[in-house]
Design a protein around this ligand. Structure first.
Ligand SMILES: [Zn+2]
Length: 264
């Protein structure tokens, strides 16, 4: 129960990747948020600049709590991201579990990330001119993860699964998303077309032989074709770049598994 009508301050302490939302120079510190005793955890986190979909576990005055719990003025809020959640005892799940492997909806500006996610075998719906309300609705009704560079979009009512994309570089973005959502075991190459997102199938060489450049015809025997746009894939076309990306993802996953040194 909150103490409605009494204003005061809630002390918010974010952990792990949630510190990325604090202003530079404030990393690792607590942040004070004014409350009238009516605001739930999700709004207090938002006032501290932290979109609630990134929060996986909450301790309110040391006790597990949900996003709709109402902190009384004077209370302390500890917020944890997914990488730390498994280390906390008995915290309730804050949202329905994410379907595996997850699918994605991406807002304008994230076309490069969408192409990489498809190459890694994930369904990625890129909506460059999507209305924000529609993006949220579509992500929630399909159980997809909403990926956005706009924190405000992720704080909208109705967002269930979402991640703020921190980097401006598509390769770094893919590593961020893979680490944060534990995608590594689900990566499957040559499943979706990087260009249009259609499913791709193995195709006998003889069927597409006439479309190949001489060197490709000479050096490769395995091919895949997009059911929707007809684009042809072979190991030489994307594999070198993908291999370096996969190495980047496994290196980043190993680093992320190192537990936090300080926990409340
Ligand atoms: Zn295609």
């Amino acid at each position: 129960m909150g103490a409605a009508g009494i204003t005061g301050v809630v002390t918010v302490r974010p952990y792990g990747s949630l510190r990325d939302f604090l202003p530079p120079g404030r990393r690792g510190l607590e942040i004070s948020v004014r409350t009238d005793g009516r605001a739930p955890v999700r709004h207090i986190a938002g006032a501290a600049g932290i979109p609630f979909p990134e929060i996986e576990a909450v301790l309110l005055d040391g006790e597990p709590a949900g996003l709709d719990a109402v902190p009384a003025p004077g209370s302390r809020l500890a917020l944890y991201p997914s990488s730390v959640h498994g280390l906390l005892p008995a915290c309730p799940a804050l949202r329905p579990p994410l379907g595996r492997p997850p699918s994605f909806i991406l807002e304008a500006g994230l076309g490069g990330l969408a192409r990489i996610l498809r190459l890694l075998g994930f369904h990625a719906d890129y909506r460059p001119d999507g209305d924000p309300a529609l993006l949220v609705e579509k992500a929630s009704s399909s159980g997809s993860v909403l990926l956005s560079r706009d924190r405000g979009l992720l704080m909208r009512r109705g967002v269930v699964h979402g991640r703020w994309v921190r980097s401006g570089d598509p390769r770094e973005q893919a590593i961020e998303v893979a680490v944060s959502l534990g995608l590594a075991p689900e990566i499957r190459l040559f499943r979706f077309c990087s260009k249009c997102g259609g499913e791709i199938d193995c195709v006998p060489k003889i069927e597409i032989d006439h479309l190949l450049e001489p060197l490709t015809r000479e050096h490769y025997d395995e091919f895949w074709r997009c059911r929707r746009c007809g684009r042809i894939y072979w190991a030489g076309s994307h594999l070198p770049a993908l291999k370096s990306l996969l190495e980047g993802i496994s290196a980043a996953c190993r680093t992320a598994l190192t537990p936090e040194p300080s926990m409340e």
